[in-house]
Design a protein around this ligand. Structure first.
Ligand code: ADP
Ligand code: MG
Length: 227
């Protein structure tokens, strides 16, 4: 599914250059589950941005199903992203004036799905994350854990091939962290999704078949034989 070849990302500021990614080679197969760990500043979020086509490498190649993402037009890339890639970030990024259901529906608008079907699919996705009773709530009327579950429903409602999650429990306190990890673990098990998650949660890391560690832009991948 993903092939990364000698991917580098450099950020330059004056005469300072940061090698956020420094020669990453990585293959991720369809349905793979990969946990990414490592110290702050190691390049985890940068790598996820490359995988999601949100940014392009300075050099090297990120290809998804045989297509180098950097060679696509912005329109084509946007289409691939909206159809195939779901994102969950540390901040929930919900629209404050929209209900839970409307927030989830926003992911379906670019796909040209009609209003009625959008509502149904959004309600189903919210039920699947345990929020069937909260369809009409605004983000301000929900806890952090509930808001993040809405964001997860929004990421998976279009049934993407890939789910990318960047420290999805990073902004939550402990009880809510477990709540989100349970939801993610269920998705992780039940869907045929390719699931790539940056997390410090060691319980989930233990269950990941593959673990990647990013340190100063360099990657080490270990197969997790105990998973
Ligand atoms: P992580 O997610 O592992 O904490 P990041 O991928 O966010 O790490 O950052 C990797 C390195 O790249 C850090 O040194 C960070 O300061 C730098 N960096 C990330 N994004 C930018 C940017 N937009 N401009 C300049 N430097 C950046
Ligand atoms: Mg990060």
């Amino acid at each position: 599914m993903y092939e990364l070849r000698n991917v580098t990302k450099r950020y330059t500021r004056g005469k300072d250059t940061v090698h956020a990614l420094d020669g990453i080679d990585l293959t991720i197969g369809e349905g793979d589950r990969l946990v990414i760990q490592g110290p702050t500043g190691g390049g985890k979020s940068t790598l996820l941005q490359m995988l999601g086509g949100l940014d392009h490498p300075t050099s090297g190649e990120v290809s998804l199903d045989g297509t180098d993402l950097a060679r696509l037009t912005e329109a084509r890339l946007t289409k691939i992203r909206s159809e195939n890639i779901g994102f969950v970030f540390q901040s929930f990024n919900l629209i404050p004036t929209l209900t839970a259901q409307e927030n989830v529906e926003t992911a379906l608008v670019p796909l040209g799905i009609k209003v009625r079907e959008r509502r149904e699919l959004a309600a189903e996705a919210l039920e699947s994350v345990g929020l069937g009773e909260r369809l009409a709530h605004l983000p301000s009327e929900m806890s952090g854990g509930q808001q993040q579950r809405v964001a997860i429903a929004r990421a998976v409602v279009k049934k993407p091939k890939v789910l990318l999650a960047d420290e999805p429990t990073g902004n939550l306190d402990e009880g809510m962290r477990d709540e989100i990890m349970d939801v993610l673990e269920r998705l992780w098990k039940e869907h045929g999704l390719t699931f790539i998650m940056v997390t410090h949660d060691s319980a989930l890391a233990k269950k990941a078949p593959r673990l990647a560690t990013l340190r100063k832009g360099r990657i080490t991948v270990t197969e997790n034989t105990g998973a």
